[in-house]
Design a protein around this ligand. Structure first.
Ligand SMILES: CC(=O)SCCNC(=O)CCNC(=O)[C@H](O)C(C)(C)COP(=O)(O)OP(=O)(O)OC[C@H]1O[C@@H](n2cnc3c(N)ncnc32)[C@H](O)[C@@H]1OP(=O)(O)O
Length: 436
């Protein structure tokens, strides 16, 4: 559906540098990381003491003690404690979904301003008690006498002490995200060379963005880290070509270098109505124009696990009256280089577009010079729920720069537009168009 209601302004974002799992943030909790990202945002936009409409954020991997994670983060922040907050989760789409939810409430006039965000730690992943041990302990707690309690505890066996560790795999197929992506890569004939080129480019572009100061008002140092720990400015196709396959067996084309690493980090984005921003003298970077989500039947094998954005984007483009080639920037989350390349290949394939997307011709090609121009998840890393916020803030700033370069449009319409596409576990995709 096309956008309705008030225009939703993106004022800016703040994140902490992303760290490789078991790296700089090995001892940081989700709450600490999201608090750091929010504190940086509050400081940058003078939000201390403000009662915001809401803060919506989430984590994919969460401890049970974090049942009210985002509200706890707000209570520990400089925001007025009367700011409501809630947790949400849509796998790797969480951060962008949070932006969309806050934006929709602003568009409908239900709130005037809000923060969206996301956080994840693969280092501090929640280990759960073995199911059998949990049942014994619950039974023991219900027991009414000491002998009954001891009798219940006597049922504990060594095998019950093995914890349940969260798996980076799809429950319905048992395959990891990487293994799923490897199947799709083979189906679309994605080559190792193209994947390594995309990965090297991602590192080089993110390094350049840091060098020219683009990240200065997007990233706040945390725990001694000033830049993303995964970033390798000297990354090259030659070095990447030496890595052994990580997914798809010994002949596989996917490696540690052209796949995202397990990552820790947090991001936040400030959204508001134009009136709210003007009252505070806060400049607008860009507007959230439209969004679409989609899901695919990857269990039945009809589509690849990470191919849902392929379906969401044509509907989104129709909503905003644009062709694929009309956009100034394309931000396609790099879960794996192969998944970005398979997505592009699908849009270029006239038969696929006719049969699956119901289009009269191929959706079109994406100009690589406008794709992930500041690098993306292959270089920055991918703390699942935090990636959406990173991408939204980055694109909003790019659009602001582009609009300043071009000056106002003669017809009063948007001067610059960009697409965001995020694939997510469970065969889902979350996409949006930002404009300025
Ligand atoms: C919707 C979604 O977003 S789905 C995506 C969800 N995310 C995932 O599934 C995470 C996928 N990634 C993983 O599981 C892991 O990172 C793996 C399996 C790919 C790799 O894990 P590891 O083997 O532990 O990676 P590690 O960091 O040790 O790298 C392996 C080697 O590659 C090297 N390497 C990694 N990246 C690069 C690079 N850009 N350039 C050169 N060398 C590199 C490392 O230095 C290391 O070399 P070494 O063995 O000589 O030390």
């Amino acid at each position: 559906m096309a956008s309705i209601g008030r225009r939703v302004a993106i004022i800016g974002g703040n994140r902490i540098p992303f760290a490789r799992s078991d790296g700089a943030y090995a001892t940081a909790s989700n709450q600490e990381m999201l608090s750091a990202a929010l504190t940086g945002l509050v400081d940058r936009y003078n939000l201390a003491g403000e009662v915001l409409g809401e803060v919506a954020a989430g984590a994919v991997l969460k401890h049970s003690r974090d049942f009210n994670l985002v509200r706890e983060v707000v209570l520990g922040s400089e925001l007025d404690a009367r700011t409501p907050a809630y947790d949400l989760q849509q796998a790797c789409g969480t951060g962008l979904e949070a932006v969309i939810l806050v934006a929709n409430k602003i568009a409908l006039g239900q709130i005037d301003a809000g923060v969206a965000g996301g956080v994840d730690t693969a280092s501090d992943a929640p280990l759960a008690l073995n199911d059998q041990l949990r049942k014994v302990l619950l039974r023991t707690r219900r027991a009414k006498s000491v002998p009954a309690r001891l009798g219940s505890l006597a049922g504990i066996r060594p095998r019950h002490v093995v914890p349940e560790i969260p798996q980076n795999s799809e429950p319905r197929t048992g395959l990891s995200m990487g293994e799923h992506a490897a199947v799709t890569a083979a189906q679309w004939g994605v080559t190792r060379e193209d994947q390594d080129l995309l990965a090297a480019t991602s590192h080089q572009r993110l390094a350049a963005a840091y060098e020219r100061g683009f990240q200065d008002d997007l990233v706040t140092p945390f725990r001694g880290l000033e830049r993303d720990q995964n970033l390798r400015p000297d990354s090259s196709v030659e070095k990447l070509a030496k890595l052994k396959p990580a997914f798809g067996g010994s002949g596989g084309t996917m490696t540690a270098g052209n796949s995202t690493p397990l990552t820790d980090g947090a991001s936040t984005v400030l959204l508001a109505s134009e009136e709210w921003a003007a009252e505070r003298g806060l400049p607008v970077l860009a507007y959230l124009r439209a969004s679409r989500t989609a899901a695919v039947d990857f269990v039945g094998g009809r589509d690849g696990l990470l191919m849902a954005p392929v379906y969401a984007v044509p509907r989104l483009l129709k909503d905003v009256g644009a062709g694929l080639g009309d956009l100034d920037y394309y931000e396609i989350h790099e879960a794996f280089a192969s998944q970005v390349l398979a997505t592009l290949a699908a849009w270029e394939d006239a038969d696929f577009c006719a049969e699956r997307l119901g289009l009269p011709e191929a959706l079109g090609s994406v100009d690589r010079d406008r794709l992930n121009v500041n690098g993306s998840s292959l270089a920055a890393g991918h703390p699942f729920a935090a990636t959406g916020g990173r991408i939204v803030a980055n694109l909003a700033k790019l659009l602001d720069h582009k609009a300043r370069e071009r000056g106002p449009a003669e017809d009063g319409g948007p001067v610059a537009r960009g697409l965001i596409s995020l694939c997510a576990a469970g065969g889902q995709g979350v996409t949006a168009v930002l404009e300025r």
